[in-house]
Design a protein around this ligand. Structure first.
Ligand code: AMP
Length: 358
């Protein structure tokens, strides 16, 4: 168990690291952020910062020497970096989780072995294999690069009668998976936390709306049946256990309905705090960020309770941050601005959370 005034090392310096550090402070814990980008917005709020490349073993060694435990805010931490650090200090969640979640095929296989449903999928490593995958999966389908895809990058939809080869070219012939296109009713996520003693706590199932492949709105409660909400939380819990996970884990899911019955398919796992959990800062008795800090510090988790009958989080993307002031006077609304430099289009600059009292 970390003692107050111990230091948590965080790889990555974006808004997730910033909000983790802001949650660690009231618990008396310090944060040291490691990021290669000198204008990282997390540097503004931490006890210490290192600006160096993820391959810089000298800087990594000094960072490991200065902290008590290490975590990360993004899943694309190079495997070598994670392994180097894990030899020196405890790293949570364990770096094996990264190997699985960095690769869409490994991730889907991991979920399938647990007998948890996903969209139908098949690996694609060549144009010939793509033709076979189309036969197996059917059309419409989405071709996704196995690695380094986010916010819709590295994805190409193939419609019925569409040009599969053009889709393959558009992802630059990178190793892919082909996924059946799901005509979902809604998208939800479960943000869960697993402590070092194995206890799991899930936040309320969150409903998510994307615009142009980027999360725009999250709200709770999600419009799902109580049975589906229980099932979604059970799925997230099983995945966390199977990874022997420590920290916060988010599972994104599609809700499909066949007639009157709803079911879920797992779309993606994020081994970190997640944008769809930002509402918990203002809308729950404990935030996802505090739960993550508690878990990696070896502290007990809190049981999260939602505040308000409804909570909605809206992302401020690009220039929308310039209109943040108008939210300041809306009752029950909290404004979060990440302090990033330029408000480039598609860049997450902040969010607002609105809580409707019970
Ligand atoms: P991903 O990068 O896999 O999280 O995908 C980003 C978004 O694209 C999802 O949140 C969905 O809105 C959409 N999407 C991804 N995969 C599928 C699929 N197989 N069927 C339908 N929509 C999808």
């Amino acid at each position: 168990m970390l003692k107050p005034s111990a230091t948590i090392g965080i790889l990555g310096g974006g808004q997730l690291a910033r909000m983790l550090a802001l949650a660690a402070a009231p618990l008396g814990l310090r944060c040291h952020v490691y990021s290669p980008e000198k204008d990282s917005c997390a540097f503004d709020v931490v006890h210490a910062g290192t600006c160096a490349a993820y391959e810089d073993e000298g800087a990594l060694g000094r960072f490991a020497g200065a902290v008590d435990v290490i975590t990360y805010e993004f899943e694309n931490v190079p495997a070598k970096t994670a392994a180097f650090l894990a030899r020196r200090k405890p790293v949570f969640p364990n770096p094996q989780v990264l190997e699985t979640t960095q690769d869409r095929l490994a991730e889907k296989n991991f979920v399938s072995v647990l007998k948890i449903a996903t969209a139908p999928y098949a690996p694609v490593h060549s144009a010939t294999q793509l033709a076979e995958a189309v036969q197996t999966v059917g059309l419409p389908a989405v071709l996704k690069t196995r690695q380094l895809g986010y916010d819709g990058k590295g994805q190409a939809k193939i419609t019925k009668g569409g040009d599969a080869v053009a889709a393959w070219r558009s992802v630059h012939n990178a190793p892919c998976i082909l996924e059946g296109f799901i005509d979902f009713e809604r998208e939800v996520s479960v943000v869960s936390a697993r402590a070092q003693d194995g206890r799991v706590e899930c936040f309320d199932v969150t409903e998510n709306e994307h615009r142009d492949h980027i999360l725009k709105i999250s709200h709770v409660p999600a419009k799902v049946t109580p049975a589906l909400a229980r099932e979604a939380s059970r799925i997230a819990t099983r995945i966390a256990k199977a990874f022997d996970y420590v920290g916060v884990l988010a599972v994104e899911m599609f809700v499909v309905s066949n007639g009157r019955r709803q079911a879920v398919l797992v779309n993606e796992i994020a081994p970190r705090v997640h944008n769809s959990g930002h509402w918990t800062i203002d809308g729950a008795t404990v935030s996802q960020f505090e739960q993550h800090i508690r878990a990696i510090a070896g502290w007990p988790l809190a049981r999260p309770v939602r505040l308000g009958q409804r909570v909605e989080m809206v992302n401020l993307i690009g220039a929308e941050v310039n209109e943040a002031a108008r939210w300041l006077t809306v009752p029950g609304t909290a404004v979060h601005i990440y302090g990033k430099g330029e408000a480039r289009s598609r860049r997450k600059m902040g969010h607002v959370t609105r809580v409707w009292p019970r």
